[in-house]
Design a protein around this ligand. Structure first.
Ligand code: BEZ
Length: 211
């Protein structure tokens, strides 16, 4: 199944390190960062799961929670968690889905069709409280993700849902943003952006981050 931005995130029931859960019920009214990793007991994945655990409070501030998946079993995940805590100083504080039969991985297109093994790719799905996929990123197994980037994307999605802005290259929370080109009425611009704005070109207008 091929997922796109705007797709309904498929629901599923799965065993996890936090017990059996039904995905949509578990997500409730939160944003969800759903990310896959290739295998348990692998070095890059170990650092990634620890990095995700360190984001816990910052995700909570954003009404978001994390959930991970690989094609290993929950029994293996639980053994691996001990190693993650011992080597990284923090244990995953979010559920890790056990998917040895690849049911969920196939639902989310996480196993490349030509892969010589059952490794899932490093994908991330940003899912909003309406269960819509809002962004996706995919890396190969050899490239560990930047978890600050995941927060940055979440911040952009949440900001641009509320204000008629877009976030420019390398933007981080608190920096200047772009006024969407479709907004042209000067009175509306003044009302929406009381901190003012800069016109660099008629189609390139910057304003301090609203809100
Ligand atoms: C890792 O997580 O370290 C890894 C997993 C699969 C292939 C290469 C590296």
């Amino acid at each position: 199944m091929s997922l796109h931005i705007g797709s309904l995130a498929p629901d599923f029931t799965a065993d996890t390190t936090h017990g059996t859960l039904q995905f949509h019920d578990w997500a409730a009214t939160n944003w969800v960062i759903f990310f896959s990793h290739p295998r348990d007991f692998t070095p890059v994945c170990t650092t990634e799961l620890a990095a995700a655990a360190r984001l816990h409070d910052r995700l909570q501030e954003r009404n978001a929670k994390a959930i991970a998946i690989s094609v290993d079993s929950v029994v293996d995940h639980k053994r691996w968690i001990e190693d993650i805590e011992a080597t990284q100083g923090i244990a995953p504080n979010f559920p890790i889905i056990g998917d040895p039969d690849r049911k969920v991985s196939l639902l989310y297109d996480l196993v490349p069709p030509d892969a010589p093994d059952t490794f899932t790719v490093r994908s991330v799905f940003f899912i909003d409280p309406n269960r819509k996929v809002r962004a996706m990123i995919t890396y190969p197994a050899s490239t560990g993700r930047n978890f600050e980037e995941l927060l940055r994307v979440l911040d952009s999605l949440q900001l641009t849902d509320v204000h008629k802005v877009a976030t420019p290259a390398n933007w981080t929370h608190g920096e200047e943003v772009v006024i969407v080109p479709s907004l042209t009425d000067p009175e509306e611009i003044a009302r929406r952006f009381p901190k003012g704005h800069r016109v660099i070109r008629p189609w390139l207008r910057m304003t301090p981050q609203p809100g």
